[in-house]
Ligand binder design. Sequence first.
Ligand code: NAP
Length: 426
Amino acid sequence: MRRLRVGLLGVGVVGGSVARALTQKREQLNAAAGAELVLTRAVVRDPTKARDVPKNLLGTDAEALVRADDVDLVVELMGGEEPCRTLIDTALTHGKHVVTANKRVLAWHGDALFAKAAAKNVALRYEAAVCGGLPVIAPLADDLAANAIRELRGIINGTTNFIVTAMAAGGSYADTLAEAQRRGFAEADPTADVEGIDAADKLAILVRLAFGAAITPQKIFREGIAKLEARDIALGRELGYTLKLLGTARLAATGVEARVHPVFLPTSHPLARVDGALNAVQVVGDLCGPIMFSGQGAGGDATASAVLADIIHVARGALNTTRATRDLPILPMGETRTRCYFRIAVDDVPGVFAKITQVLADHAIGLASVLQREPPQAGSAEIVLLTYSAPESAHAAATADLEKLSCTRAVMARIRVDAPDEHRHA
Ligand code: NAP
């Protein structure tokens, strides 16, 4: 049987699960790979900690591992931009195959690294970098290769999905974030998750793959969940919508839309039912129509499932999961068309509604439905509006004009709605 010698960079949550499986599931994995998968080296920061790797294979010199003669395939599971980018680059330069779960490196440096892998005729596979255990990279690159992808949208960050799901049950943002931290779903510093930074990295990887667009995350419009109020989630539900933080990308006539922000989806949408820390991605192809992948986006064993599949694919000779890139611009957010939900606190005086509808009409925005709530305080009222689709630039300009109205106390919320114009509340 052929041998594929594996060097492991990092034996933490995911690397530990990979190392365990390589021992405990050896026969099954070798049979699937058609090769003997042999762990020859592993590096960590602290080699004195107990690990699922024989002591004689453990070291701390990552630079040596990516150049070592007894390594055919480098599995990078350390995380973070550097030194991982340099280590992956060096491994490819030395003709090693690479499997990584590192979304940061691929989102920001993918184009150069894929080019190097192609030039060296070695693998650079990254199934675990987007949605952990959920197979979405290989399906997009291989199984859906005959499709022109028209759009994709996904719950690609489990932490924020846990938070918005708990907020839908009535919790405040601060309380549900604290609960997520207690349960290990959120980091002590939750910025990358709650500001949509992690989701934008993953969306960049998906956009490059699905549409062949050269993209880095700074081109992606991004709005997080930190300003969300449970009240808007509850009001949205009354109108027939469920709130999710989505990464969305769509092929338009002149380029690709790519954005990460909170979205109201019709409660009947399959993504609206994906709750808690789960992940899901819906892809719409011209031939296959809508397809949805859902499951565990994180966790040692679930993520190891994706890493091990990549190792098996390399052993079988399948090198890269990419589509050819083409010259496709990323469209400015202002050109994106969505519907919007507004909650506006106003003075409880006659004529307010006419002034608000006039502002919308001035920006050519159609009004789909209106809720007027009991005043939360004497003398004030709360108006909830749902618009028909219009460019983001029109909705943004209307928001600014609504704020200037003398009867407006504050535009409390504006949340984009992903639903066709004909959608009506349940
Ligand atoms: P982790 O538990 O923090 O493990 C990181 C490992 O890398 C540790 O063994 C650490 O050594 C080692 N390491 C870090 N820097 C090093 C350096 N400079 N030199 C040598 N060793 C170093 O991380 P993880 O959760 O397994 O995540 C690994 C990767 O998978 C990341 O890219 C992450 O984004 C991705 N991922 C993780 C999940 C998940 O559920 N955890 C899901 C999807 C993707 P020590 O143990 O000695 O500190």
